[in-house]
Ligand binder design. Structure first.
Ligand code: AMP
Length: 416
């Protein structure tokens, strides 16, 4: 789809923006930068792309604009070089960032600790605060900071806004955010539950209310963000009251490559008796476990093929995944007392009808069911997949974290 009206290789961007401009959303990882130029009003992605394998000799750059994809391979030394390559592609193939009237740069920041409950206008103090939170997210926050720093240097004339993955969950009640750990140790080291994917949970729960035409404050929702990373949340009247991820994104649901919940004594056992180092265990739990660890495959499309071919490990992996998911749905029913909407989102939630059906199977007695015909296939638009008779609506609501970041950035710099 060509989101920008116009013809030829470089369509004009004027008509797409009017007076509202656009927001450049940047998600900077340890060896990658992903970006999207978003129209915060219409919601469409005007251009998008990524730089991968930063620091290696075969870095990969992809830029998509007006249906045309430009790809480059070659060394990109660091995050500064990556962003310069991206800006050069905007110059070369469009859209022209001047014409696009970039009103803000929105940065996804993984961990906001207990400091950031809202998006923040980036200044040196904010950068410093994000750096200080880094021990809680040693892989993510330093990379986010690098992205912010180079973007501020290269785009000094627009406001930069940091949007935190944890912010939506700063409303968790103490009973939900507190680990039953020695109080002094926990306080000294910031050990508590923060939650992640907050931008997505907030966007989806808000979208549900708009789509249904019902007040957010009237709705109790369970949001299931099932992607390669996966998390569940309980949202009462638009306010997050529980979520499955904890101090880090490792806790909770079974994920593509992460264990989710596990007895913490397993870590002690592996260290003491299997001779594994802390770094090896960290790698095991985060990158070699979950569906991949159980079945050798973390993509559900491939996992289903293995199950169909009679692969026992794949069948078990599916069962473990679904069992955990259903435990969380049950727990959040108890947390909320009454559930109006269960919303599936992200790669698996939006596309995998088998996962959605299995997650809700046999729950008719609790007022939850999935209609097989309504559930079929991938959903690109918000869709109700429950039958008419159930008190709880089951929905698929595609998430859009970039748009959510863009809108939060605009709301901060130009509040209505
Ligand atoms: P995300 O992290 O939200 O991008 O989700 C990525 C995951 O979504 C992949 O690892 C797959 O397991 C899953 N996924 C993506 N497309 C499909 C599809 N068409 N059917 C089933 N699962 C899908």
């Amino acid at each position: 789809m060509n989101p920008v009206p116009g013809v030829g290789d470089r369509p004009s961007t004027h008509s797409a923006f009017g007076a509202h401009g656009s927001v450049l959303v940047i998600n900077s990882g340890s060896s990658s930068v992903k970006y999207q130029l978003v129209n915060p009003v219409g919601g469409e992605a005007i251009a998008s792309g990524l730089v991968e394998r930063i620091g290696e000799s075969d870095s990969y750059v992809r830029h998509t604009f007006a249906g045309n994809r430009t790809e480059r391979t070659g060394p990109v030394a660091d995050h500064g070089a990556a962003l310069r390559a991206v800006l050069a592609l905007f110059d070369e193939v469009g859209p022209d960032l001047g014409e696009a009237q970039v009103v803000a740069v929105g940065h996804r920041v993984v961990h906001g600790g207990a400091v950031f409950a809202e998006p923040a206008l980036v200044d040196d103090d904010v950068v410093h605060a994000i750096e200080e939170i880094s021990p809680l997210a040693p892989l993510h926050n330093p990379a986010n900071v690098r992205g912010i720093q180079v973007a501020r240097e290269l785009l000094p004339d627009v406001p930069h806004v940091a949007v935190f993955d944890t912010a939506f969950f700063q409303t968790l009640p103490d009973a939900a955010s507190t680990y039953a750990l020695d109080r002094e140790v926990a306080e000294k080291h910031g050990v508590r539950r923060y939650g992640f994917h907050g931008t997505s949970h907030q966007y989806v729960s808000g979208k549900v209310s708009r789509v249904l035409g019902r007040r957010l404050s009237d709705l109790n929702q369970i949001v299931l963000h099932l992607g390669n990373g996966a998390s569940a949340s309980a949202v009462r009247g638009g306010v997050a009251v529980e979520t499955s991820m904890g101090m880090t994104p490792l806790e909770g649901l079974v994920m593509g490559t992460r264990t989710g919940d596990i007895d913490p004594a397993v870590i002690v056992h592996l260290h003491r008796n299997a001779g594994m180092s802390v770094d090896q265990i960290d790698d095991l739990l985060n990158r070699r476990s979950g569906l991949k660890g159980l079945a050798g495959q973390n993509d559900f499309r491939e996992l289903h093929k293995l199950v169909e071919a009679g692969d026992e490990a794949a069948k078990k992996a599916f069962d473990v995944y679904i069992h955990r998911l259903r435990k969380y749905i049950g727990a959040y029913l108890a947390v909320l007392g009454r559930v109006d909407v269960i919303a599936f989102t992200a790669g698996v939630g939006e596309n995998d009808a088998l996962v959605r059906a299995a997650a809700c199977a046999g729950l008719e007695g609790l007022g939850i069911a999935v209609d097989p015909a309504r559930n079929e296939g991938s959903k690109k638009e918000p869709t109700i997949i429950s039958p008419d008779w159930t008190p709880t609506l089951v929905m698929v609501v595609p998430t859009n974290e970039e748009l959510a970041i863009a809108r939060q950035a605009v709301a901060l710099i130009a509040p209505e």
